[in-house]
Ligand binder design. Structure first.
Ligand code: DOR
Ligand code: ZN
Length: 346
């Protein structure tokens, strides 16, 4: 039996495209299904100025294969030296759609992130004034805070004080992984939204650690207990406009993942939409998939919903996704949910 569902074309509100050979390899995987994506600025060196964002955007568009249509939505990497005027100008010109806050040391290439939040107060106030959203990697980095508690502690110690000190600042809590994140978003007003990744809807911490360590399931924030995964599933499939898809698809080559000190990141660009169709069907919420993947994000960002579509089709035969994609930097393993998927996207 074949079943199909056509939705407004989805967008990815949190994506790592990298640069150079890796950009060339991974961009088509996203552009095949998604119309737009918020592009993370954690390159080496990071994208901190409007001029750097403009040239990165040019490199992304140059890497897009002929015939593919895709709009990169650029972001700036917030540092303690970020100039509020540069940010405002980049926003006014339409170049950037958000600024990204990485607490210093929280994750991949976050060394230039923020350690002293008082030093970015001026930028945050300017952003609130001009209506430019702040994307937040919500984890504290204090050595004495357990890695599984870092999101919940960040909400109390950093995020809530920043939001109280900066009324009107629109914030996206990115890749939430806990019921604490879900509850915080729900208990606040429309200035606060959250993205949820595909992989955090599928794996909990047992998937990473039980029966042998699974490097391809290691990402940051790290997957939490099952009760948290279920809270994320309920939020994503609820249709609540404050929750939307940000895959955090984060390519690392296999040698960098399968290492004594492996990199954090799950690469889900290739199969995210079929995986989401599976998840939403399993939860009896296929009618909410369009809200999560295609509608809630543009509404939060004040952008139009795409007028093109994507069709998801379910058949009796399990879909064969590639195990890896190749790049001139090396192979990148595609996220494997660990069970068969019968959906395809086109
Ligand atoms: O798992 C992750 N990978 N989490 C992040 O926050 C960064 C990302 C990356 O850039 O590889
Ligand atoms: Zn990310």
């Amino acid at each position: 039996m074949t079943q199909s569902l056509t939705i407004a074309r989805p967008d990815d509100w949190h994506l790592h495209l990298r640069d150079g050979a890796m950009l060339t390899a991974v961009l088509p995987e996203t552009a095949r299904h998604f119309a737009r994506a918020i592009i993370m600025p954690n390159l080496v060196p990071p994208v901190v100025t409007a001029a750097q964002a403009a040239t990165y955007r040019d490199r992304i568009l140059a890497a897009l294969p002929d015939g593919m249509v895709f709009e990169p939505l650029m972001t700036l990497y917030l540092t303690e030296e970020t100039d509020p005027a540069d940010v405002a100008e980049a926003h006014a010109s339409g170049l950037i759609k958000a600024v990204k806050l990485y607490p210093a040391g929280a994750t991949t290439n976050s060394a230039s992130g923020v350690a002293d939040f008082d030093k970015v107060r001026g930028v945050l106030e300017k952003m609130a004034e001009i209506g430019l959203p702040l994307c937040v990697h919500g984890e504290v980095t204090d050595a004495d805070v357990d890695i599984f508690d870092r999101e919940a502690v960040f909400i109390d110690r950093v995020l809530d004080p920043i939001r109280k000190a900066t009324p009107g600042l629109r914030v996206i809590m990115e890749h939430i992984t806990t019921s604490d994140g879900v509850d915080y978003v729900k208990s606040n007003d429309s200035d606060l939204g959250a993205t949820i990744t595909t992989h955090h809807l599928i794996i909990n911490r047992n998937h990473i650690l039980v029966g042998g360590i699974k490097p391809h399931y290691y990402c940051l924030p790290v997957a939490k207990r099952e009760e948290h995964r279920l809270a994320l599933r309920a939020a994503a499939t609820s249709g609540d406009a404050r929750f939307f898809l940000g895959t955090d698809s984060a390519p690392h080559t296999d040698p960098n993942k399968l290492s004594a000190c492996g990199c954090a990141g799950c690469f889900t660009a290739t199969n995210t939409m079929p995986l989401l169709a599976h998840i939403f069907e399993e939860d009896g919420a296929l009618d909410k998939l369009e809200a999560f993947a295609s509608r809630n994000g543009p509404v939060f960002y004040g952008l139009p919903v795409n007028n093109t579509t994507l069709t998801l089709t379910k058949s009796d035969i399990a879909t064969l996704f590639p195990n890896q994609i190749t790049s001139d930097d090396g192979p990148v393993t595609v996220f494997d949910p660990g069970y068969p998927i019968y959906w395809t996207a086109s």
